[in-house]
Design a protein around this ligand. Structure first.
Ligand SMILES: Nc1ncnc2c1ncn2[C@@H]1O[C@H](COP(=O)(O)OP(=O)(O)O)[C@@H](O)[C@H]1O
Ligand SMILES: [Mg+2]
Length: 279
């Protein structure tokens, strides 16, 4: 149990331990690829309908990605096993490679997508402007990328007790990353559900994830969508508002309108000023 090293009895705090466990900081159940045919693992690799042939093909793909082991840990649960996350098109697991751990996105067998190609292309493009977890490799059914160890935005805001300045810095980073996506014509597509799609790591850096619904053929609306979400309506806007970061509605709408007409760096700076994230 290497992950438990350093935890002595006196300093053992069950709540802290639980948090580490949920975040994947304590090692979960580690399974060699050859053992994925046993127990409940096939139900996860071929979620939600397991077929032997499909499982066999997928294990071959995992080998081609140089995945050595899978680790079952994280805050979601499928088939009674902990995993990093569960979405409409995929499950996300922790994978062990020779060089360390990575997040492995596993295409659900019932997903509308034929392969991971589109998402891999979109993530690769986002990476070109330093946005999104770094892509490592992909196959038809898997996407291997940098593991972002942290909390979803809402939990970070509620549980990590950040100072107003830390929140401002984070909001600025999110806006900055959305601007970079706008600038290359890549529309994320799911920033109106940003809580699930922004992870804040333990250095308080924000990362945008899930480029599955992204497109280069739509009009980009990353900055405008995220501003609505962060400042104008919904639970996150309420939480941020309570921290006294509450841009005037009229001024922000006017700044967003001007940005939409002319999505330039200058207009973005005006949004920074209105949102008071110029720190
Ligand atoms: N690179 C990553 N590092 C850590 N956790 C991740 C990573 N990518 C996804 N996750 C977790 O998995 C969940 C589902 O991933 P997501 O990409 O949104 O899948 P879907 O496309 O099926 O919606 C996320 O909400 C997040 O909790
Ligand atoms: Mg998602």
């Amino acid at each position: 149990m290497g992950g438990l090293d350093g935890l002595d009895k006196e300093s053992f705090d069950p709540e802290y331990f639980m948090m580490l466990l949920l975040c994947g900081n304590v090692m979960g159940i580690i399974v060699d690829l050859k053992d994925l045919v046993h127990g409940r693992y096939p139900q996860i690799i071929c979620y939600p309908r397991f077929e032997y042939e499909e499982l066999r093909r997928r294990i071959v793909e995992l080998r081609s990605l140089n995945v050595e082991m899978l680790e079952f840990s994280g805050r979601s649960e499928v088939a009674g096993l902990p995993i990093l996350g569960k979405g409409c098109v995929s499950l996300v697991l922790l994978a062990h490679l020779k060089c360390g751990r990575a997040a492995l996105k596993v295409r659900r067998v019932d997903s509308g997508r034929e392969s991971m190609n589109h998402e891999a292309r979109m993530l690769h493009l986002a990476n070109s402007v330093d946005v999104g977890p770094k892509i490592i490799d992909f196959t038809e059914n898997f996407l291997l990328m940098q593991y972002i160890n942290g909390f979803p935005l809402r939990e970070w805001l509620e549980k990590s007790d950040p100072s107003a300045d830390e929140v401002r810095m984070l909001l600025r980073e999110i806006l900055e990353k959305c601007w970079r996506l706008d600038a290359i014509g890549l529309d994320h597509g799911e920033l109106s559900r940003a809580s699930k799609h922004i992870i804040v790591d333990f250095s308080n850096r924000a990362q945008i994830i899930d480029f599955e619904s992204s497109s280069t053929n739509r009009r980009v609306s990353n900055v405008t969508s995220i501003c609505q979400y962060l400042f104008l309506r919904g639970e996150i806007a309420d939480i941020i508002g309570k921290m006294n970061i509450k841009p005037g509605r009229k001024r922000l709408l006017a700044a967003l309108k001007a940005y939409k007409r002319n999505p330039s760096r200058m207009m973005l700076e005006e949004i920074f000023r209105v949102c008071e994230v110029t720190v």
